[in-house]
Write a protein that binds this ligand. Structure first.
Ligand code: GTP
Ligand code: MG
Length: 390
Protein backbone atom coordinates (compact mmCIF):
# COMPACT_ATOMS: atom_id res chain seq x y z
CA UNK A 1 0.00 0.00 0.00
CA UNK A 2 1.12 3.59 -0.68
CA UNK A 3 2.30 5.65 2.25
CA UNK A 4 -0.33 8.10 3.53
CA UNK A 5 -0.27 11.27 1.43
CA UNK A 6 0.69 13.46 4.35
CA UNK A 7 3.93 11.49 4.74
CA UNK A 8 4.98 11.85 1.11
CA UNK A 9 7.34 14.58 0.06
CA UNK A 10 5.49 17.42 -1.63
CA UNK A 11 6.58 19.15 -4.82
CA UNK A 12 5.43 22.37 -6.45
CA UNK A 13 6.36 24.56 -9.39
CA UNK A 14 7.34 27.87 -7.78
CA UNK A 15 7.52 29.95 -10.95
CA UNK A 16 4.43 31.13 -12.88
CA UNK A 17 2.98 29.04 -15.72
CA UNK A 18 4.21 31.52 -18.29
CA UNK A 19 7.05 32.03 -20.73
CA UNK A 20 10.40 32.22 -19.00
CA UNK A 21 13.98 31.10 -19.34
CA UNK A 22 14.10 29.18 -16.08
CA UNK A 23 11.46 27.47 -13.95
CA UNK A 24 11.88 26.23 -10.39
CA UNK A 25 10.38 23.11 -8.84
CA UNK A 26 10.78 22.60 -5.10
CA UNK A 27 10.54 19.21 -3.43
CA UNK A 28 10.25 19.09 0.36
CA UNK A 29 9.71 16.41 2.96
CA UNK A 30 11.08 13.09 4.05
CA UNK A 31 12.34 11.26 0.94
CA UNK A 32 12.65 14.39 -1.23
CA UNK A 33 16.31 13.81 -2.08
CA UNK A 34 15.73 10.10 -2.77
CA UNK A 35 12.83 10.96 -5.10
CA UNK A 36 15.04 13.37 -7.08
CA UNK A 37 17.88 10.85 -7.21
CA UNK A 38 15.64 8.46 -9.13
CA UNK A 39 15.73 10.87 -12.08
CA UNK A 40 18.63 13.27 -11.58
CA UNK A 41 22.12 12.31 -12.70
CA UNK A 42 24.83 14.76 -11.67
CA UNK A 43 27.39 15.46 -14.43
CA UNK A 44 30.12 14.41 -11.99
CA UNK A 45 28.43 11.03 -11.47
CA UNK A 46 28.13 11.58 -7.71
CA UNK A 47 24.86 10.96 -5.93
CA UNK A 48 22.83 14.05 -4.96
CA UNK A 49 22.88 13.12 -1.27
CA UNK A 50 26.70 13.21 -1.32
CA UNK A 51 26.82 16.93 -2.13
CA UNK A 52 26.85 19.32 0.80
CA UNK A 53 23.66 21.37 1.18
CA UNK A 54 23.60 24.66 -0.67
CA UNK A 55 25.78 23.35 -3.49
CA UNK A 56 24.48 23.92 -7.03
CA UNK A 57 24.79 20.70 -8.99
CA UNK A 58 24.63 20.50 -12.78
CA UNK A 59 23.27 17.35 -14.42
CA UNK A 60 20.47 15.74 -16.37
CA UNK A 61 16.93 14.73 -15.54
CA UNK A 62 16.33 11.32 -17.11
CA UNK A 63 12.58 10.93 -17.14
CA UNK A 64 12.72 7.22 -18.01
CA UNK A 65 14.27 6.50 -14.68
CA UNK A 66 17.52 5.47 -13.11
CA UNK A 67 20.09 3.74 -15.26
CA UNK A 68 19.57 5.54 -18.57
CA UNK A 69 22.99 6.82 -19.51
CA UNK A 70 22.68 7.63 -23.20
CA UNK A 71 23.00 11.39 -22.72
CA UNK A 72 19.27 12.01 -23.14
CA UNK A 73 17.25 14.04 -20.72
CA UNK A 74 16.81 17.64 -19.70
CA UNK A 75 19.91 19.58 -18.65
CA UNK A 76 19.27 21.36 -15.40
CA UNK A 77 20.70 22.33 -12.04
CA UNK A 78 19.63 21.04 -8.67
CA UNK A 79 20.31 22.48 -5.25
CA UNK A 80 19.68 20.77 -1.93
CA UNK A 81 18.70 23.59 0.39
CA UNK A 82 18.56 21.16 3.30
CA UNK A 83 18.68 17.41 3.71
CA UNK A 84 15.20 16.86 2.28
CA UNK A 85 14.52 20.20 0.62
CA UNK A 86 15.55 20.25 -3.04
CA UNK A 87 15.19 22.94 -5.69
CA UNK A 88 15.25 21.88 -9.33
CA UNK A 89 15.98 24.68 -11.80
CA UNK A 90 14.89 23.50 -15.26
CA UNK A 91 13.93 25.22 -18.51
CA UNK A 92 10.99 27.63 -18.34
CA UNK A 93 7.55 27.12 -19.82
CA UNK A 94 5.28 24.23 -18.95
CA UNK A 95 6.77 21.22 -20.80
CA UNK A 96 9.93 20.87 -18.70
CA UNK A 97 8.18 21.47 -15.37
CA UNK A 98 5.39 19.02 -16.28
CA UNK A 99 7.94 16.33 -17.12
CA UNK A 100 9.82 16.91 -13.84
CA UNK A 101 6.57 16.86 -11.85
CA UNK A 102 5.39 13.67 -13.57
CA UNK A 103 8.67 11.98 -12.62
CA UNK A 104 8.37 13.21 -9.05
CA UNK A 105 4.76 12.00 -8.83
CA UNK A 106 5.93 8.56 -10.03
CA UNK A 107 8.53 8.66 -7.27
CA UNK A 108 5.76 9.15 -4.70
CA UNK A 109 5.75 12.92 -4.34
CA UNK A 110 2.48 14.76 -3.95
CA UNK A 111 2.29 17.61 -6.47
CA UNK A 112 0.73 20.74 -4.98
CA UNK A 113 0.46 24.43 -5.86
CA UNK A 114 3.24 26.82 -4.85
CA UNK A 115 0.96 28.41 -2.26
CA UNK A 116 -0.01 25.02 -0.81
CA UNK A 117 3.66 24.19 -0.46
CA UNK A 118 4.35 27.49 1.27
CA UNK A 119 1.34 27.01 3.56
CA UNK A 120 2.59 23.60 4.59
CA UNK A 121 6.05 24.99 5.43
CA UNK A 122 5.24 28.39 6.85
CA UNK A 123 3.32 28.68 10.10
CA UNK A 124 2.62 32.40 9.84
CA UNK A 125 -0.55 33.05 7.81
CA UNK A 126 0.47 36.68 7.20
CA UNK A 127 3.73 35.56 5.58
CA UNK A 128 1.84 33.16 3.30
CA UNK A 129 -0.65 35.85 2.34
CA UNK A 130 2.18 38.30 1.68
CA UNK A 131 3.99 35.79 -0.53
CA UNK A 132 0.83 35.26 -2.53
CA UNK A 133 0.10 39.00 -2.80
CA UNK A 134 3.70 39.67 -3.86
CA UNK A 135 3.20 37.50 -6.93
CA UNK A 136 0.37 39.84 -7.96
CA UNK A 137 2.03 43.18 -7.19
CA UNK A 138 2.46 45.18 -10.38
CA UNK A 139 4.46 48.15 -9.09
CA UNK A 140 7.65 48.38 -7.04
CA UNK A 141 5.79 50.51 -4.47
CA UNK A 142 3.23 47.74 -3.94
CA UNK A 143 5.96 45.10 -3.83
CA UNK A 144 7.96 47.11 -1.30
CA UNK A 145 4.96 47.50 1.06
CA UNK A 146 4.15 43.79 0.74
CA UNK A 147 7.77 42.83 1.28
CA UNK A 148 7.68 44.75 4.57
CA UNK A 149 4.68 42.64 5.63
CA UNK A 150 6.41 39.47 4.44
CA UNK A 151 9.37 40.47 6.60
CA UNK A 152 7.17 40.86 9.68
CA UNK A 153 5.97 44.50 9.87
CA UNK A 154 2.32 43.53 10.41
CA UNK A 155 3.18 40.52 12.61
CA UNK A 156 5.28 42.72 14.93
CA UNK A 157 2.44 45.23 15.21
CA UNK A 158 -0.06 42.47 16.04
CA UNK A 159 2.31 41.21 18.74
CA UNK A 160 2.55 44.76 20.13
CA UNK A 161 -1.23 45.02 20.19
CA UNK A 162 -1.53 41.79 22.13
CA UNK A 163 1.03 43.07 24.62
CA UNK A 164 -0.85 46.34 25.05
CA UNK A 165 -4.10 44.48 25.64
CA UNK A 166 -2.45 42.13 28.10
CA UNK A 167 -1.35 45.23 30.04
CA UNK A 168 -4.82 46.78 29.95
CA UNK A 169 -3.80 49.60 27.57
CA UNK A 170 -7.10 49.43 25.69
CA UNK A 171 -7.09 53.00 24.37
CA UNK A 172 -3.57 52.76 23.00
CA UNK A 173 -4.46 49.45 21.32
CA UNK A 174 -7.56 51.00 19.79
CA UNK A 175 -5.59 53.93 18.38
CA UNK A 176 -3.11 51.54 16.77
CA UNK A 177 -5.90 49.42 15.30
CA UNK A 178 -7.43 52.57 13.81
CA UNK A 179 -4.08 53.39 12.17
CA UNK A 180 -3.88 49.85 10.78
CA UNK A 181 -7.40 50.05 9.39
CA UNK A 182 -6.53 53.39 7.76
CA UNK A 183 -3.48 51.76 6.19
CA UNK A 184 -5.64 48.89 4.94
CA UNK A 185 -7.37 51.26 2.50
CA UNK A 186 -4.03 51.24 0.70
CA UNK A 187 -3.16 47.63 1.53
CA UNK A 188 -6.30 46.14 0.05
CA UNK A 189 -5.55 47.76 -3.30
CA UNK A 190 -1.93 46.70 -3.69
CA UNK A 191 -2.68 43.81 -6.02
CA UNK A 192 -5.25 45.35 -8.34
CA UNK A 193 -5.22 48.66 -10.19
CA UNK A 194 -7.50 51.55 -9.32
CA UNK A 195 -10.15 52.11 -12.01
CA UNK A 196 -10.06 55.65 -13.37
CA UNK A 197 -12.54 56.71 -16.05
CA UNK A 198 -12.08 59.64 -18.41
CA UNK A 199 -15.52 61.02 -19.21
CA UNK A 200 -17.02 64.19 -20.62
CA UNK A 201 -18.70 65.73 -23.64
CA UNK A 202 -17.66 64.64 -27.15
CA UNK A 203 -14.57 66.02 -28.86
CA UNK A 204 -13.04 67.60 -25.74
CA UNK A 205 -9.90 65.44 -26.00
CA UNK A 206 -10.60 62.47 -23.71
CA UNK A 207 -8.92 59.98 -26.03
CA UNK A 208 -6.02 62.38 -26.59
CA UNK A 209 -5.63 62.71 -22.83
CA UNK A 210 -5.65 58.93 -22.35
CA UNK A 211 -2.87 58.69 -24.94
CA UNK A 212 -0.90 61.48 -23.25
CA UNK A 213 -1.25 59.81 -19.84
CA UNK A 214 -0.18 56.33 -20.97
CA UNK A 215 2.53 57.64 -23.29
CA UNK A 216 1.44 55.97 -26.53
CA UNK A 217 -1.41 56.11 -29.05
CA UNK A 218 -3.84 53.69 -27.46
CA UNK A 219 -7.13 55.35 -28.45
CA UNK A 220 -8.27 56.74 -31.78
CA UNK A 221 -8.30 60.56 -31.96
CA UNK A 222 -10.34 62.45 -34.55
CA UNK A 223 -11.55 66.00 -34.99
CA UNK A 224 -15.22 65.01 -35.09
CA UNK A 225 -17.43 64.42 -32.04
CA UNK A 226 -18.62 60.85 -31.48
CA UNK A 227 -15.31 59.18 -32.36
CA UNK A 228 -14.95 56.85 -29.36
CA UNK A 229 -17.74 54.30 -29.14
CA UNK A 230 -16.47 51.41 -27.08
CA UNK A 231 -14.67 51.68 -23.75
CA UNK A 232 -10.91 51.71 -24.38
CA UNK A 233 -8.71 50.73 -21.43
CA UNK A 234 -5.01 50.99 -20.79
CA UNK A 235 -2.79 50.47 -17.77
CA UNK A 236 -0.39 53.00 -16.32
CA UNK A 237 1.55 53.69 -13.13
CA UNK A 238 1.19 57.14 -11.54
CA UNK A 239 3.65 57.86 -8.70
CA UNK A 240 4.02 54.12 -8.08
CA UNK A 241 0.26 53.52 -8.06
CA UNK A 242 -1.21 51.15 -10.66
CA UNK A 243 -4.24 52.53 -12.50
CA UNK A 244 -6.48 51.17 -15.20
CA UNK A 245 -7.54 54.12 -17.35
CA UNK A 246 -10.76 53.89 -19.35
CA UNK A 247 -11.55 56.24 -22.20
CA UNK A 248 -15.28 56.48 -22.90
CA UNK A 249 -17.68 57.78 -25.51
CA UNK A 250 -18.49 61.49 -25.23
CA UNK A 251 -21.83 62.09 -23.52
CA UNK A 252 -24.53 63.78 -25.63
CA UNK A 253 -28.06 63.15 -26.88
CA UNK A 254 -27.61 60.86 -29.85
CA UNK A 255 -30.00 59.20 -32.28
CA UNK A 256 -27.21 57.00 -33.58
CA UNK A 257 -27.83 53.56 -32.02
CA UNK A 258 -24.14 52.66 -31.96
CA UNK A 259 -23.11 55.90 -30.31
CA UNK A 260 -25.99 55.62 -27.82
CA UNK A 261 -24.82 52.17 -26.87
CA UNK A 262 -21.29 53.55 -26.38
CA UNK A 263 -22.71 56.22 -24.09
CA UNK A 264 -24.48 53.48 -22.08
CA UNK A 265 -21.24 51.54 -21.80
CA UNK A 266 -19.58 54.74 -20.57
CA UNK A 267 -22.24 55.14 -17.87
CA UNK A 268 -21.72 51.54 -16.72
CA UNK A 269 -17.96 52.04 -16.54
CA UNK A 270 -18.40 55.23 -14.53
CA UNK A 271 -20.56 53.38 -11.98
CA UNK A 272 -17.73 50.89 -11.35
CA UNK A 273 -14.99 53.51 -11.23
CA UNK A 274 -12.86 54.40 -8.23
CA UNK A 275 -12.47 57.86 -9.71
CA UNK A 276 -13.97 59.81 -12.60
CA UNK A 277 -11.96 62.48 -14.40
CA UNK A 278 -14.40 64.83 -16.11
CA UNK A 279 -12.79 66.38 -19.15
CA UNK A 280 -14.06 69.64 -20.64
CA UNK A 281 -12.75 71.80 -23.47
CA UNK A 282 -11.44 75.11 -22.09
CA UNK A 283 -11.68 76.70 -25.53
CA UNK A 284 -15.34 75.72 -26.07
CA UNK A 285 -18.59 77.08 -24.73
CA UNK A 286 -19.79 76.16 -21.24
CA UNK A 287 -23.43 75.14 -21.66
CA UNK A 288 -26.22 73.46 -19.73
CA UNK A 289 -24.98 70.10 -21.05
CA UNK A 290 -21.63 70.61 -19.30
CA UNK A 291 -23.38 71.78 -16.14
CA UNK A 292 -25.57 68.64 -16.15
CA UNK A 293 -22.52 66.40 -16.46
CA UNK A 294 -20.74 68.24 -13.68
CA UNK A 295 -23.75 67.98 -11.36
CA UNK A 296 -24.08 64.26 -12.12
CA UNK A 297 -20.52 63.64 -10.91
CA UNK A 298 -19.86 65.86 -7.92
CA UNK A 299 -16.88 63.74 -6.77
CA UNK A 300 -15.06 63.90 -10.11
CA UNK A 301 -11.74 65.60 -10.74
CA UNK A 302 -12.46 68.37 -13.25
CA UNK A 303 -10.02 68.96 -16.05
CA UNK A 304 -10.07 71.71 -18.70
CA UNK A 305 -8.30 70.35 -21.75
CA UNK A 306 -6.99 72.25 -24.80
CA UNK A 307 -5.39 74.78 -22.47
CA UNK A 308 -2.88 75.50 -25.26
CA UNK A 309 -5.71 77.42 -26.95
CA UNK A 310 -7.14 80.77 -25.88
CA UNK A 311 -9.90 80.19 -23.34
CA UNK A 312 -13.46 80.72 -24.42
CA UNK A 313 -14.19 83.73 -22.25
CA UNK A 314 -17.25 85.25 -23.77
CA UNK A 315 -19.04 82.22 -25.15
CA UNK A 316 -20.46 80.75 -21.95
CA UNK A 317 -24.15 80.06 -22.33
CA UNK A 318 -25.25 79.31 -18.78
CA UNK A 319 -25.64 81.21 -15.56
CA UNK A 320 -23.72 78.55 -13.57
CA UNK A 321 -20.07 79.51 -13.85
CA UNK A 322 -17.33 77.08 -14.75
CA UNK A 323 -15.94 75.27 -11.72
CA UNK A 324 -12.29 75.35 -10.78
CA UNK A 325 -10.49 72.73 -12.79
CA UNK A 326 -7.02 71.66 -13.75
CA UNK A 327 -5.87 73.23 -17.03
CA UNK A 328 -4.22 70.59 -19.21
CA UNK A 329 -3.24 70.13 -22.81
CA UNK A 330 -3.14 66.65 -24.24
CA UNK A 331 -1.43 68.24 -27.23
CA UNK A 332 1.54 69.86 -25.46
CA UNK A 333 1.61 67.77 -22.27
CA UNK A 334 0.94 70.80 -20.10
CA UNK A 335 -0.66 69.83 -16.76
CA UNK A 336 -0.10 66.11 -17.37
CA UNK A 337 2.07 65.58 -14.28
CA UNK A 338 -0.25 67.68 -12.11
CA UNK A 339 -3.19 65.58 -13.26
CA UNK A 340 -1.36 62.37 -12.37
CA UNK A 341 -0.53 63.72 -8.88
CA UNK A 342 -4.13 64.87 -8.39
CA UNK A 343 -5.41 61.41 -9.34
CA UNK A 344 -3.03 59.70 -6.90
CA UNK A 345 -3.85 62.15 -4.08
CA UNK A 346 -7.52 61.30 -4.54
CA UNK A 347 -7.07 57.55 -4.82
CA UNK A 348 -4.49 57.18 -2.05
CA UNK A 349 -5.19 59.79 0.59
CA UNK A 350 -3.17 57.90 3.25
CA UNK A 351 0.63 58.14 3.28
CA UNK A 352 2.26 54.91 4.36
CA UNK A 353 5.50 55.51 6.31
CA UNK A 354 8.49 53.33 5.40
CA UNK A 355 8.35 49.84 6.94
CA UNK A 356 4.88 50.47 8.39
CA UNK A 357 2.47 47.67 9.21
CA UNK A 358 -0.18 47.48 6.49
CA UNK A 359 -3.04 44.95 6.48
CA UNK A 360 -3.59 43.82 2.91
CA UNK A 361 -6.25 41.07 2.91
CA UNK A 362 -9.95 41.13 3.80
CA UNK A 363 -9.28 38.40 6.38
CA UNK A 364 -6.77 40.60 8.19
CA UNK A 365 -9.05 43.64 8.05
CA UNK A 366 -12.02 41.62 9.35
CA UNK A 367 -10.04 40.27 12.31
CA UNK A 368 -8.61 43.70 13.16
CA UNK A 369 -12.14 45.12 12.91
CA UNK A 370 -13.43 42.34 15.24
CA UNK A 371 -10.66 43.12 17.69
CA UNK A 372 -11.51 46.84 17.57
CA UNK A 373 -15.22 46.08 18.15
CA UNK A 374 -14.33 43.96 21.19
CA UNK A 375 -12.12 46.75 22.60
CA UNK A 376 -14.97 49.22 22.23
CA UNK A 377 -17.16 46.82 24.24
CA UNK A 378 -14.43 46.57 26.87
CA UNK A 379 -13.87 42.88 26.11
CA UNK A 380 -10.07 42.53 26.13
CA UNK A 381 -10.20 38.71 25.99
CA UNK A 382 -12.27 38.74 22.82
CA UNK A 383 -9.99 41.41 21.34
CA UNK A 384 -6.92 39.25 21.99
CA UNK A 385 -8.73 36.19 20.60
CA UNK A 386 -9.44 37.98 17.29
CA UNK A 387 -5.80 39.07 17.05
CA UNK A 388 -4.75 35.51 17.81
CA UNK A 389 -6.43 34.37 14.60
CA UNK A 390 -4.21 36.67 12.57
N1 GTP B 1 -5.39 72.15 -29.46
C1 GTP B 1 -5.67 70.99 -28.87
N2 GTP B 1 -6.39 70.06 -29.53
C2 GTP B 1 -6.67 68.91 -28.89
C3 GTP B 1 -6.23 68.65 -27.58
N3 GTP B 1 -6.70 67.45 -27.21
C4 GTP B 1 -7.38 66.96 -28.26
N4 GTP B 1 -7.38 67.84 -29.27
C5 GTP B 1 -8.02 67.67 -30.56
O1 GTP B 1 -9.43 67.57 -30.34
C6 GTP B 1 -10.02 66.67 -31.26
C7 GTP B 1 -10.80 65.61 -30.51
O2 GTP B 1 -9.90 64.83 -29.78
P1 GTP B 1 -10.30 63.41 -29.18
O3 GTP B 1 -9.21 63.00 -28.27
O4 GTP B 1 -10.68 62.49 -30.26
O5 GTP B 1 -11.58 63.81 -28.35
P2 GTP B 1 -12.60 62.89 -27.56
O6 GTP B 1 -13.07 63.64 -26.36
O7 GTP B 1 -12.01 61.56 -27.31
O8 GTP B 1 -13.78 62.77 -28.61
P3 GTP B 1 -14.96 61.66 -28.70
O9 GTP B 1 -14.35 60.33 -28.69
O10 GTP B 1 -15.61 62.00 -29.98
O11 GTP B 1 -15.86 61.90 -27.53
C8 GTP B 1 -8.88 66.12 -32.10
O12 GTP B 1 -8.80 66.86 -33.29
C9 GTP B 1 -7.66 66.37 -31.24
O13 GTP B 1 -6.48 66.51 -31.99
C10 GTP B 1 -5.46 69.66 -26.92
O14 GTP B 1 -5.03 69.54 -25.76
N5 GTP B 1 -5.22 70.79 -27.63
MG1 MG C 1 -12.60 59.71 -27.92
Amino acid sequence: MDAPLSHSPIAAVLTPAARGAVAVVRVVGSGATAACEQYFQAASGRKLAEFETGRIVFGRWIAEGRGTTNGAGEELVVCRRAADDVEIHCHGGTAATSAVCESLASAGCRIVSAMELLRSLEGDAIVVEAAEALTKASTSRAASILLDQYSGALRREVDQLRLLLANGAMEAAMRRIDVLLAHSTVGLRLTEPYRVVLAGPPNVGKSSLLNALVGHDRALVFDQPGTTRDVVTSHAVFDGVAVELSDTAGVRESTDALEASGIQAAAARKREADLIVLVFDRSAAWTTAEVALLNAHPQAIVVFNKADRPPCEKCDATAQPRPDGLPVSALTGMGREQLMHAVVRRLVPVTIPASAAVPFTLRQVRLLGDSGDAIRKGDADQAVKALGQL
